[in-house]
Structures are given as structure tokens and as C-alpha cells.
Design a protein around this ligand. Structure first.
Ligand code: SF4
Ligand code: SF4
Length: 753
């Protein structure tokens, strides 16, 4: 594209009062060689028309110096064939200055500091505009619009039904002989409507009939997915008979060793040792996206010997009790033990949750329904009944046959023909023993994704999701912000595999996952990313001639988007990619980049910042800021006028994982005095939108400390910090404390060299 530039500076929102806009325009016209115009209110109808008039005359690359790029996105969108770059002069320049108190004079140099910051942000924006190229969406030759649903339980059935209702063909795969899953064994389900007190008939049979009779849905029972190749919009699915490693439902063609297909070398089965997998290479069925509804299993409670599980016949789990209740009459006296007691007696059983509480309330009612003198005892540490389920709880409390108390169950033992349950620290203020016919342990709902139910992806990073152990077996890539999305693009989880939920919640969940699966197909068709950077038409491009096959990019991609060949050369799969740039941050050869985000572009922005020499009041610190949480948090700190040091310059990045250490080296060799990475929390309570980017960046920063030492620079000049979007009030301390440390260290000794 032949670029025709023009920069526009807005005088609104106090920008014109705080800055000398004539002088700022001269920086743009003089140093950056771009036309520059000032307008009183660029985001208003007149302001937009002001820019559009120039666009009509041929301007195709627009720089806007105004408010944060996080606001007024539509107002400053001039079409896909135009480049627009924003300089954040409002939130991150003029609003960083604390307002002087009533009667107080502003800081003597405040205006100068603001002018310097504004000039740097305009220089950076103009540089970015010069280095940005128009995106060219990656187009698949053919986008397959069929959705594969794995799992024929309530969630899978619902996902299939909803996808079909939206006009998409579905293949529904269930490993059992019948559809319906665990719900087939439920006697009743929770209330779903006012007055929220009465158990309801199980809806599963009606749903099964609906799916079986839907002409858009192809049902494959007693079948498992043997392998998934390809990528969103173009997945190739091979099937096999459930429980076998050899037999598929398609005609045999070639017999091959799976190790050769997926990974070179030996493959160890966790249960059966070294295995020779022989598969029949059928023609793969093409689908566009996958809904993972493989369900849950009762969590293991066998370790709680003091409660008798596995030892005493009439100690059962809640799942076992439900089956008993469906087949016939339940015993007349039953204790429902909701937490294992013991030393740390406030803990619940593994994977316990609100559903486990409500199951106890439901099953206690079976005891009273089946026995005239039935007595149920619910012994809990935590009773969780969210929303309208509080009414269900209250109604259960009013049942004369049901007794509830908070207490610590210390022992279950045989007592004649029955069982004796010992309970301490009860709400009654005394220790009690209860004699019952049966004890039910509240086993939680553990997701079925781990090992035993790998989804068999033919990906370089392995057949299932990475780091499952780290995330308790859940496949989500970001539970809060991106529900349904797993760590493999195009695969969407719902139902018990995603979180413990009621049948009603599973229906909502499955509908959400079906929508995501549809979005994925349509985004792949348009050549844009699905999430979190929805609609992004760029994707990583590799300058392969300089690739050293170091494999860092293929190993660090959080989403398994990159396969590699026998030599270790990356084989990108653009529709699997989420455009985080972690591969770009990893590449030591700096050969990975996007049309609008690459090593040269950000490196040039860093170098565009003016670094004054011999002025301790004007040190320069670059902060690479994650655009997801940290950048809006800084904007909010600006809106609240919390005050930020005039010495810092913020540069937004897609994810800290995308920060290539070359930028830090560039910054310090350009004379900057310090560098900070500011991104999302990682570890147990991770918030990183790209799962591991923030953690990876932190490790890289540890290593760069060694490099700095060898250069004679203090490693403390470079730090990484984490922040959540809600912690905007902590921004000033994080930034200003770091600035104070740099001031104490003194200027970068290489300044001026
Ligand atoms: S941009 Fe992110 S998701 Fe895409 S290939 Fe690189 S590391 Fe993987
Ligand atoms: S990180 Fe860079 S050099 Fe290493 S394999 Fe990937 S593209 Fe090649």
C-alpha cells in the first residue's frame, strides 16, 4: 500500500488547555515529516467529518492524538483498507498529572514534562503508522461448517440441538451404546421454576428423542474420536469403535503406526506401558469446530478411610446413591456427609461445590418420599445454594424428616447391622452420634479430560491440553473472561468437563459452547481470529530462511498452533492461532511478526522516544503494558488522576509473552534508564488472557538480568510486575516506586554512547 499520512490532534477533553498544540504539531511535521492538523473535538460528528474529508482526498494512514485507543473505536474507524494509529494523549499524558489542590500552584516544570510526554507519544504513534502494513486475512481453501460434538450426555445433546437449530450440521459422538450420559440415571432434577421448591421430572429422555429425530444431527454411538488433525475450519476427524485402539468405522485403507503419525519416538501409555498403536488410516471426516462435552466423574473419596468408603458396604457416594434411588426404594435412615472432617475439618471433599450441596438436599427428599418414617441427616461444613436455590434449601429445612446441621464428621463405623456416625462441633453446641442404615459421601464432580480421555489431537504439543494438572484438570484457557474456550482454538468445552453445574446450567453452558463453535467457524471463514482478539485479521508470519530450528516458538505457543517438521522448522496453522505473539517474543532470531505488530515496529517505537542526556529530572523508563488488563488499569489510574511519574513511557503489547528481549536491549542501548513489563497475574490464580504469556515473560526477564550484569548494568533496571484490571489504584505505587529505584541507581551509564 502506498501510504498517504496525516496526523490529527484533538484539543478537547482539556488536551488543548494542558498542551501547546502548535508546538506539538511542529514535532509531527518537523521530526516525523507528516501533515498535522488540530481540531477542537475529533470524536464528534464534525471532527470525524474533518478527517473523512482528507480520507476522501487520499489520506489512508491516519494518526490520531486524542483519548485512549480503548475508547471511541468506532469514531476512529475509517475502514479496513485504512490504517489508524492512536496516541493516548488524554489518559496517559495530561491525566497523569495530579490536579493541584485548591489554592496550590502546579509544579514549576509540569507543563514541560507533559509537553515532552505528548511529543514522545506522537513520535511513537507516527512511527507505528510508518511501520504498520495492512492486514491480509489468512483464507482457508475450504471452510468446513460441520460441528463435531464429543459426548452424548445432557451438555452434548444440547450443544448438538442448538447448533442444528442455528443451521449447522452436527456429528455427535458418544462412546456408550446409548445417548443420555449420566443423566439417564438421575431420578429427579432440581427445581427450575417458581416456587423453586419442587423436584422436577428428569428431561433427558425427551432431549434424546429430539436429537435422534433431528435430520441435521448424525449420531455415532459406541464410537470414539481416534484422532483430530488440522485446525479450525479444517479439522479432520477419524473415528474408532469405543474402547478399541484399532477399529474405526470407516473402510480400511492403510495401516500405520500412530507414533509415526503424531510424534517420532516411543509412546508410553500411562496404564499399559509401551504400546504399539495400530490404526487404520481412514478418510478423515472434515469439520470446522469441536464441542467437548465429555462430562465428569465422581471425584475419588477412597482416601477417607475413617468414613468407611470401600470398607463398609453401606457407605456409598452421592452418585451411587442416585442410582440406587432410581432403581428402587432407598433406606429409611441416611446420613449425607458433605465434608470429610478430620484435622483440617473445614475442607470439603475434592471438587465439591454448590451442586454437591443441592444433590444432598435432593437425595434427602428421596429418603422421605420412599419411607413414611424416613429420616435424612445432612452434615455439612458449607451449604451452597446460589440464587433461587435458596428457596429450595429453605423448603428442605421445613421438611420434618430432614435434619441439617453444620458439623465435623469424625468417624463412620459399623454398629450392629447399621452404621454409627460421630459428629463434633455441631451448630447444636454438642457432639453427637447418629445411627443410620446408609452413609452418603458428597464426592465432587471431577472433569473428564485428564489422560483417560485425551482428545487425540495430532498436534506437535501432544494429544490433549497442556498443563492440565496445573488447572485441576479443567481445559479452559481463561475461565472468567472467555468461558468455553479451551487451550486449543476451535475446541469448546461445556457441561461437567468445564465446571460442576446443574442440569439447567449445563443446558445454558452447552448453548454458549455451540455459539462459540459457530463463531469459530465463521471467523475462520473470514480469516480473522476468534478470541480474545476477535476480528484480528493479522497472523504471525515467519521469515523461514533465517530460522535456526531452535523450536522455542513451537514449544512456547500456549495454544499448540505451531507444528514442526522433522528438522524442527515451524509449520504454522494460522486458524489455530490466537495472535498473542508469544512465538514472536520467544524467537531469538526475531523472524516472527505480524503486519501491525513486529520486532522492528515496537523496537522503532522504543527508539522514537527522545532520551535527554545529563538531566537527572528527565530519566526515561519504558513500560511494556499488556493491552488486556494493565493498559486499561493505567487508563483508569489516569481517569482518577492518581498521578504517574512523568519519566515513564507506556507501550501497549498484545501479551507480555510477545515481548522480545531485543526490545529491552534496544531500550537500554538507546539510553533509557529502566524497563518494566506490566501484565497479568500468573500461577494458581492466573489471569493471563493467553494462559502462559505473563509467566513466560517473567522467566525471560530473569534471564535478561544475567545479560545486563555482563554489560555492567544493574539487573534491577528491568523488572516484571503483575496487575489485575481492578487494581488500578495500585498502579501509581508500582510505577512510581520503580521510578524512585531507578532515580536512586542514577542514569544509565551507556546514555549518549
Ligand atoms: S501468536 Fe500466539 S497463538 Fe499464534 S502461533 Fe504465536 S504463540 Fe501461538
Ligand atoms: S523461535 Fe524462531 S528460530 Fe526458533 S524455530 Fe521458531 S522461528 Fe525458528
Amino acid at each position: 500500500m502506498d501510504k498517504n499520512y496525516c496526523a490529527y490532534i484533538c484539543a478537547g477533553c482539556g488536551i488543548g488547555d494542558a498542551l501547546d498544540l502548535e508546538a506539538l504539531s511542529e514535532v509531527v511535521t518537523g521530526e516525523m515529516s507528516m501533515d498535522c492538523k488540530v481540531h477542537d473535538c475529533l470524536c464528534g460528528a464534525e471532527g470525524r467529518a474533518f478527517i473523512e474529508a482528507d480520507v476522501k482526498e487520499g489520506v489512508n494512514t491516519v494518526v490520531v492524538g486524542a483519548c485512549s485507543p480503548r475508547v471511541m473505536a468506532n469514531e476512529f474507524d475509517f475502514g479496513k483498507d485504512k490504517i489508524t494509529v492512536r496516541a493516548n494523549l488524554r489518559e496517559q499524558v495530561i491525566w497523569t498529572e495530579v490536579k493541584p489542590a485548591e489554592g496550590e500552584e502546579p509544579h514549576a516544570e509540569a507543563a514541560e514534562f507533559l509537553a515532552e510526554a505528548a511529543a514522545d507519544y506522537m513520535r511513537m504513534a507516527c512511527t507505528r503508522a510508518q511501520k504498520t502494513e495492512l492486514a491480509e486475512p489468512y483464507q482457508l481453501e475450504v471452510t468446513n461448517k460441520i460441528i463435531l460434538v464429543m459426548g452424548g450426555g445432557l451438555a452434548g445433546l444440547t450443544a448438538a440441538k442448538e447448533s442444528a437449530a442455528a443451521g449447522y450440521d452436527v456429528i455427535l459422538v458418544e462412546k456408550e451404546d446409548n445417548l443420555g450420559g449420566k443423566a439417564l440415571g438421575w431420578r429427579k432434577s432440581f427445581p427450575t421454576k417458581a416456587p423453586w421448591t419442587d423436584l422436577e421430572e428428569n428431561p433427558i429422555q425427551a432431549l434424546v428423542a429430539e436429537v435422534v429425530n433431528n435430520s441435521r444431527i448424525t449420531v455415532k454411538t459406541a464410537t470414539e474420536v481416534a484422532r483430530i488433525t488440522g485446525s479450525p475450519g479444517d479439522f479432520g476427524i477419524s473415528f474408532k469403535a469405543a474402547g478399541t485402539k484399532t477399529e474405526w468405522d470407516a473402510p480400511a485403507k492403510v495401516t500405520v503406526d500412530e507414533q509415526d503419525l503424531i510424534n517420532k519416538g516411543e509412546k508410553e501409555d500411562p496404564n499399559e506401558g509401551l504400546q504399539k498403536y495400530t490404526e487404520i488410516n481412514s478418510e478423515a471426516t472434515k469439520v470446522g469446530s469441536v464441542v467437548l462435552a465429555t462430562g465428569w466423574k465422581p471425584a475419588d473419596v477412597s482416601e477417607y478411610e475413617h468414613l468407611g468408603h470401600g470398607k463398609l458396604t453401606n457407605v456409598v457416594t452421592n452418585a451411587e446413591f442416585e442410582k440406587i434411588s432410581k432403581l428402587g426404594k432407598v433406606p429409611a435412615t441416611v446420613a449425607f456427609v458433605q465434608s470429610p472432617g478430620g484435622k483440617d475439618n473445614d475442607n470439603d471433599f475434592p471438587y465439591c461445590n454448590s451442586v454437591t450441596s443441592m444433590v444432598a438436599l435432593k437425595q434427602a427428599q428421596y429418603v422421605c418420599e420412599d419411607n413414611v418414617d424416613g429420616r435424612a441427616f445432612i452434615l455439612y461444613q458449607h451449604m451452597r445454594t446460589p440464587g433461587s436455590m435458596e428457596l429450595f434449601y429453605k423448603n428442605t429445612q421445613n421438611n420434618d424428616g430432614i435434619f441439617l446441621t453444620k458439623g465435623c464428621v469424625t468417624q463412620v463405623e459399623e454398629n450392629g447391622g447399621g452404621l454409627r456416625v460421630a459428629v463434633e462441633d455441631t451448630l447444636l453446641g454438642e457432639d453427637i452420634t447418629i445411627d443410620v442404615d446408609m452413609v452418603v459421601l458428597a464426592a465432587g464432580m471431577e472433569p473428564v479430560t485428564l489422560h483417560e480421555n485425551s482428545i487425540n489431537l495430532a498436534y506437535r504439543q501432544g494429544p490433549a491440553f497442556n498443563d492440565l494438572d496445573l488447572f485441576d484438570g479443567y481445559a479452559d484457557s481463561h475461565f472468567i473472561c472467555f468461558p468455553y474456550e479451551t487451550r486449543r482454538t476451535g475446541v469448546y468445552a461445556c457441561g461437567g468437563v468445564r465446571k460442576a453445574e446443574t442440569m439447567e446450567e449445563a443446558v445454558d453452558d452447552a448453548t454458549g459452547a455451540a455459539l462459540k463453535a459457530i463463531q469459530c467457524i465463521e471467523s475462520a471463514d473470514r480469516g480473522v481470529s476468534v478470541h480474545p482478539r476477535s476480528g484480528d485479521a493479522t497472523y504471525p508470519e515467519f521469515f523461514m530462511q533465517r530460522c535456526t530450528q531452535c523450536k522455542r516458538c513451537t514449544e512456547e505457543c500456549p495454544f499448540g498452533a505451531l507444528d514442526d517438521d522433522d528438522n524442527g522448522t515451524p509449520l504454522p496453522n494460522p486458524t489455530r492461532c490466537r495472535r498473542c505473539g508469544t512465538c514472536m517474543g520467544a524467537c531469538p532470531e526475531r523472524i516472527i511478526g505480524f503486519k501491525d505488530y513486529n520486532i522492528d515496529l515496537i523496537g522503532s517505537m522504543v527508539k522514537a522516544v527522545e532520551v535527554p542526556e545529563d538531566d537527572d529530572d528527565r530519566l526515561r523508563i519504558v513500560v511494556f503494558v499488556c493491552e488486556n488488563d494493565a493498559y486499561p488499569a493505567i487508563d483508569m489510574a489516569g481517569m482518577k488522576r492518581l498521578g504517574l511519574s512523568h519519566m515513564v513511557r507506556f507501550i501497549p503489547v498484545r501479551c507480555l509473552g510477545s515481548v522480545n528481549m531485543a526490545w529491552i536491549r534496544d531500550a537500554l542501548s538507546a539510553g533509557m534508564d529502566g524497563a518494566m513489563l506490566l501484565g497479568c497475574t500468573y500461577g494458581d490464580d492466573y489471569q493471563c488472557h493467553f494462559v502462559k504469556g505473563s509467566e513466560i515473560a517473567n522467566k525471560r526477564m530473569e534471564n535478561i538480568g544475567d545479560t545486563l550484569s555482563t554489560l555492567g548494568l544493574e539487573p534491577e533496571r528491568c523488572v516484571a510486575n503483575q496487575i489485575a484490571i481492578t487494581d488500578y489504584d495500585k498502579i501509581p505505587k508500582i510505577i512510581n516506586d520503580f521510578v524512585d529505584e531507578i532515580v536512586e541507581m542514577g542514569p544509565n551509564p551507556f546514555k549518549g554512547f
